[in-house]
Design a protein around this ligand. Sequence first.
Ligand code: URA
Length: 433
Amino acid sequence: MRELIKRKRDGFELSKEELAFIINGFVAGEIPDYQLAAFLMAVYFKGLNYEETANLTDVMMRSGALIDLSEVKGIKVDKHSTGGVGDKTTLVLGPLVAAAGVRVAKMSGRGLGFTGGTIDKLESIPGLNLKLTTQQFMDKVKKNGIVICGQSEHLVPADKKLYALRDVTSTVDNISLISSSIMSKKLACGADAIVIDIKVGSGAFMKTEQRATELAKMMIGIGTKMNKKVIAVLSSMQEPLGYAVGNALEVKEAIDTLKGQGPKDLTALCLELGSQMLVLGEVTANKKEAVSILEKLINSGAAFEKFKTLIQSQGGDIQYIEQPDLLPNTSFLQIYKSNKSGYLKEINARNIGLASMELGAGRQTKDSEIDYGAGILLQKKVGEYIQKGQQLAILYSSNERKFAKAKELLDSAFITNKTKVISKPLILKTISS
Ligand code: URA
């Protein structure tokens, strides 16, 4: 291992066998965290080329069980986001496209760095079981057309271990490490086609459109090599998605969106990604028709019903979905007001994510406990005019001492302009194989 770290540190290419030695040794507990951490940092600085990234993906995918979805009828379409702030799209999209007939068999992750994770959000619903066996996973997708599980010891254990180590060694935002992490999970879960939502901007791992495009091409390349169709949608993170940031707060906003009363940006992104999924799943031939199907499913209540089926079938208490005010709350809230006037030009999503983490919505260490009701409810969006003294956000935490640091982070999150601001488009571009 010492020799392999040195070779990568010095910029040499590693063979598939060498990458397998590293990953399998790490999963088996034979290679310690500190050597893997050094290896990850070497990869971070020297990179992996396309061949090495595809090989790493394959090795990671095979580090645990592989799910064979061939028994499930139809084209299985999966979706994954590279991670954002306020990004609760899976909670809306999963049931929405499942209601349209696409089979959704999804493995999701926990929060990473300042970004939230679908599994943490769903765990704010009492009773919900996200640790499923492969058989339960298969049975539920066959019966309900949708299932969501967390990463287990059985599926891609290499990513579960690497993800946690990357999180605490500042080695997340690397194109090869993100590509192999996402693609190994999607491929192990048996997806035929994959839609990747690549977040771009201050609140994302990819800060520029150019880097996001490189990441898209890498993932498309890996997918093509494995005979899978991949579409990458680049979407802006110049502000958090929607208004809610924090686990239970985001579940409530997702429920509103499934009922057709959600924020405009979140709804638009779900319709864009969802229509791509419907076309890939061959439910319809074109995106325009797909959007109209999805809108009807929201308006008729069918999408929300599918969400209830998903929660109920995995042991969640449906009362909390019918009356979301019952979801975890916090004992304290504080109002954050503007210290200046002007047009909102940016709401720095990274700072909002960090502030929400600080309030208790995310983990400071691998073993931190989450305060499910904690987080931030924004009151404004980019482009709006704000007056000094006006409410910009409501902060929630169960620990009163957490507000001061969160407010400090918010002080530099709201960037204003004297003149009117035209907000950038939410969907920047779509790249396909
Ligand atoms: N999401 C993942 O699953 N992996 C990453 O590395 C980043 C986002």
